[in-house]
Design a protein around this ligand. Structure first.
Ligand SMILES: *Cc1c(COP(=O)(O)O)cnc(C)c1O
Length: 394
C-alpha cells in the first residue's frame, strides 16, 4: 500500500485574490473533462486553428502568428528570449520589478549581452533612459519590457517604448502575463514583435499554457538566425510547423485538455467583449483601492500608473504579514499574495483578475480586513472600507 495522504482529492474552493492563479469558471473546468483527441486528429487541428484565431483577436494582431506554448508564463518569456536572441546579440531589458529581473536572468543564459535600464520598484521606466542607451550602443537586437509588473502593480505604457525600439531597428518584446485580457495590449497598433502571457491571470483558465504572439518582423528574425535556439522544446520554428500551415509536423504532444480550457476561457472573453472586461477590471480595482485607502492603508503605486487587476498595499508596521494572510485563508477562505523579492514581508498583493474580479469579492475582502485588522491591533472605522468601495461602484 502507498504511504501518505491518498484520500479522494477534494480541495477547498478558495477565493483567489492573489497575483494568480485566479478563479476559473465552471464552464472552463467542465471543458477539461471532454474526451482526449490525438494531437494530429483533424478535429483537434480545427480546435487549434480556432484557438490561434481567438488569440490573434485578443492580442490585437491581424497578421501575427499566435500559439499557446506548453508551460506557464515563464515558458513564454523563455521562448521569446531564446528564439530572438543568439549568443553575442545585445538586448536592452527594462527592469522595474521582479519579472524584469527574471528576463535579465533568462537573457543572460542565452549568452547575450544584456543592458539593463532600471527604475525603482513601484515606478515605471523612463522611455528617455531607453533612448539614451540605444543611442550609445550600436546594433541592439531586442528591447524587452514588462507591461503589468505583478510584483509592484505598475502599468508601464508601451507605445513610446515600441517607437523608440523600432527607430533603432530593435525588436520589441512585451511581458503581457498580467495585462492580457485585463488591459488593452493591441500588438499591431502598439508595435509589439513578441508578446507572451499566461492562462491563469486575467484570461481565467488554469495555469499551464503561455499564449504568445509574433509579428512578421519577429518571424523574419527567427528565419535569419545563424544558430538554432538553445531550447529545443521552445523552438518556435519547430512549433510553427505543428501549429500553422498544411502539413502539421509532430513536435511534442499537445496538452489537449489545457487547450480545451483555454478555448473555453477565450470564448468567455469574447462573449463578455474585451472592452467590458477592461472596464470591469478597472471598476472593481478602483473600488478596492478606495476601500483600502478608507481603512487607512497605504497603496504602493499612485492611481495614474497603477494596474487595476493587481494592487499592492503596504503592510502596516504593527501587523504580521504571514499571520494576517493565514487568517484570511483559514477563516475567510481568501488567498491574497505576499511580497516578492525585496517586497517580501512589506507588501500584500491583491489580485482582481479574470473571474476573480467581482464586486462581491471586493466587498468580502474589505469586510474580512475590517474584521481582522482591529483584532490584530490596527484600528479601523467599522464599515468605512465597504462604504468607500460602494461609493465608487455607484
Ligand atoms: C506571473 C507572471 C510571470 C510568470 O508566470 P508563471 O506563470 O508563474 O510562469 C511573468 N511575468 C509576470 C508579469 C507575471 O505576473
Amino acid at each position: 500500500m502507498p504511504v501518505g495522504n491518498m484520500e479522494e482529492l477534494i480541495p477547498p474552493e478558495r477565493i483567489l485574490l492573489g497575483p494568480g492563479p485566479s478563479n476559473v469558471s465552471p464552464r472552463v473546468l467542465r471543458s477539461m473533462t471532454a474526451p482526449i483527441l490525438g494531437y494530429l486528429d483533424p478535429d483537434f487541428i480545427t480546435i487549434m486553428d480556432g484557438v490561434a484565431s481567438m488569440l490573434r483577436h485578443i492580442f490585437g494582431t491581424k497578421t501575427g502568428f499566435t500559439l499557446p506554448i506548453s508551460g506557464t508564463g515563464s515558458a513564454g518569456m523563455e521562448a521569446g528570449l531564446s528564439n530572438l536572441l543568439e549568443p553575442e546579440d545585445t538586448a536592452v531589458i527594462l527592469d522595474n520589478g521582479f519579472f524584469g529581473e527574471r528576463m535579465v536572468e533568462i537573457a543572460n543564459r542565452q549568452r547575450a549581452n544584456v543592458i539593463r535600464v532600471s527604475a525603482d520598484w513601484g515606478t515605471p521606466v523612463d522611455p528617455d533612459l531607453l533612448e539614451a542607451e540605444l543611442r550609445q550602443h550600436k546594433q541592439i537586437k531586442l528591447v524587452a519590457a514588462v507591461h503589468a509588473e505583478t510584483s509592484t502593480g505598475v502599468l508601464q505604457p508601451m507605445a513610446d517604448l515600441a517607437k523608440i525600439a523600432h527607430s533603432y531597428n530593435a525588436l520589441f518584446m512585451v511581458d503581457a502575463v498580467t495585462s492580457l485580457a485585463g488591459n488593452p495590449v493591441e500588438m499591431d497598433k502598439t508595435g509589439i514583435d513578441f508578446c507572451y502571457s499566461a492562462t491563469q491571470k486575467c484570461l481565467g483558465a488554469p495555469p499551464g499554457l503561455s499564449p504568445v504572439a509574433l509579428s512578421e518582423m519577429a518571424l523574419e528574425a527567427l528565419s535569419s538566425r545563424r544558430t538554432k535556439p538553445m531550447s529545443w522544446y521552445l523552438d518556435l520554428g519547430l512549433l510553427r510547423d505543428y501549429w500553422q500551415g498544411g502539413t502539421r509536423v509532430y513536435h511534442h504532444t499537445a496538452p489537449v485538455s489545457m487547450i480545451y480550457a483555454l478555448r473555453e476561457a477565450l470564448r468567455i472573453v469574447s462573449e463578455e467583449t474585451l472592452e467590458f472586461r477592461f472596464d470591469r477590471h478597472e471598476r472593481n480595482g478602483k473600488a478596492l483601492r478606495a476601500g483600502l485607502r478608507a481603512l487607512g492603508l497605504t497603496l504602493m503605486v499612485p492611481d495614474q500608473i497603477c494596474t487595476y487587476q493587481l494592487t499592492s498595499v503596504q503592510v502596516p508596521d504593527n501587523i504580521d504579514d504571514v499571520i494576517l494572510r493565514t487568517r484570511l485563508l483559514k477563516e475567510f477562505n481568501i488567498e491574497i499574495g505576499g511580497g516578492l523579492g525585496r517586497f517580501k514581508g512589506k507588501v500584500w498583493r491583491i489580485g482582481l483578475m479574470g473571474e476573480s474580479s467581482r464586486v462581491a469579492n471586493v466587498l468580502l475582502l474589505l469586510s474580512a480586513l475590517e474584521t481582522l485588522l482591529p483584532q490584530m491591533g490596527y484600528e479601523v472605522t467599522a464599515g468605512s472600507g465597504i462604504s468607500a468601495a460602494n461609493a465608487k461602484l455607484m
